[in-house]
Design a binder for this molecule. Structure first.
Ligand code: NDP
Length: 334
């Protein structure tokens, strides 16, 4: 049997934690996601180093989904190997999430928002991770073909069954979020959290969603807060072969790295430097500003990035002039 990992005793001293909406659950202001870089195509030693390193930095919130890999499902297997191996004594110090909503297996029951798909998918995720329960189970995206009552009813029953402690939704627009929250309240299982994309380059939650979450008492975990790496210095000297835009990912094309984007990110970088932050740290602090977002859900390809990013929590406040200056840069035509 693997020797248990001995985490750093001081791991909770540098991180900040915030209550998720009106719930009693506090989340680390930085969460780690497993969408990229944790599949069976990736080097296990690097995955292990990132998870153990994140835990040592006070990150308590770990975000997975049935389809993360490649191949789909393998990120959950990688994570399960670590959490049931060296971190096996620390399950109660971790908030582990999974989701279902995108295509996962063939036929009519491997996609969407049906009770049939959600129940089966969570059972598969638990088996892959070797866990009895997840802390948060999400419906990954709205499914217009399934009645909201069916999807929310499945989430509520999953929580009642103990296979998840809390329920969440992801990628739901503001009006559907309100309807989902109302449905869940009526079922006696409040929705804990919403997972939208949100960054300096993608501000759709400001158009009604953040207000809806505040009014419904829900928390917010913002994914891709670094715009998949565009809001860092990763592309300042070209597109590296080992970067997301330069590698095999189909989700970030190198065409996104334009001279206009670089002009913006260089200008933002100058403000970050004045604040004593890296661009990545300032981009994360900006998403967390004002506490409307509970936690930023970052990705990483190496531990050094996580170490850089967690320092964002050391300076979350912005002077009004800084926010104005950032706004001016962001509003320049791309
Ligand atoms: P980010 O916007 O944080 O991008 C992460 C990437 O940015 C890294 O892989 C790395 O790129 C680069 N990076 C991170 N930190 C630094 C740094 N300090 N300096 C330089 N480069 C850095 O998030 P992701 O797009 O990865 O998404 C995060 C998580 O959000 C996912 O893992 C998943 O859990 C969740 N998610 C949820 C979705 C949903 O529909 N609910 C959809 C998408 C994501 P590189 O690889 O080039 O080194």
């Amino acid at each position: 049997m693997l020797t248990p990992y001995v985490p750093k005793p001081e791991r909770y001293s540098g991180m900040k934690y915030l209550r998720c909406g009106q719930s009693g659950l506090r989340l680390s202001r930085v969460s780690l996601g497993f969408w990229h870089n944790f599949g069976d195509v990736n080097v296990y030693a690097n995955c292990r180093e990132m998870v153990l390193g994140a835990f040592d930095l006070g990150i308590t919130s770990y975000d997975l989904a049935n389809n993360y890999g490649p191949c789909p499902g393998s990120a959950e297997e990688t994570f399960g190997r670590i959490v049931n191996g060296e971190l096996r004594h620390y399950r109660d110090e971790m908030v582990i999430s999974s989701k279902a909503g995108y295509r996962m297996w063939d036929g009519p029951y491997g996609d969407g928002g049906s009770r049939k798909y959600l129940m089966a998918s969570l059972d598969q995720s638990l088996r892959r991770m070797g866990l009895d329960y997840v802390d948060i189970f999400y419906h990954h995206r709205p499914d217009p073909e399934t009645p909201l009552e069916e999807t929310m009813g499945a989430l509520a029953d999953i929580v009642r069954s103990g296979k998840a402690l809390y329920a969440g939704i992801s990628n739901y627009p503001a009006d559907l979020t309100r309807a989902a929250a109302k449905t869940m309240r009526a079922l006696g299982v409040p929705l804990l959290i919403h997972q939208p994309s949100y960054s300096m380059l993608n501000r759709w939650p400001e158009d009604g969603l953040l207000d809806a979450l505040a009014e419904e008492g829900m928390g917010c975990i913002a994914f891709s807060p670094l715009a998949q790496g565009l809001l860092t210095d990763r592309y300042f000297r070209g597109v590296p072969a080992d970067s997301r835009a330069g590698g095999a990912s189909v989700f970030l094309h190198p065409d996104r790295v334009t001279p206009e984007l670089l002009a913006k990110t260089q200008a933002l970088n100058a403000i970050a430097a004045r604040r004593g932050q890296t661009l990545a740290q300032m981009a994360l602090a900006w998403v967390l500003r004002g506490d409307r977002v509970t936690t930023v859900l970052i990705g990483a390809s190496r531990l050094a990035q996580i170490q850089d990013n967690v320092k964002a929590v050391d300076k979350l406040d912005f002077a009004p002039e800084e926010l104005d200056e950032i706004e001016t840069i962001l509003k320049k035509d791309a």
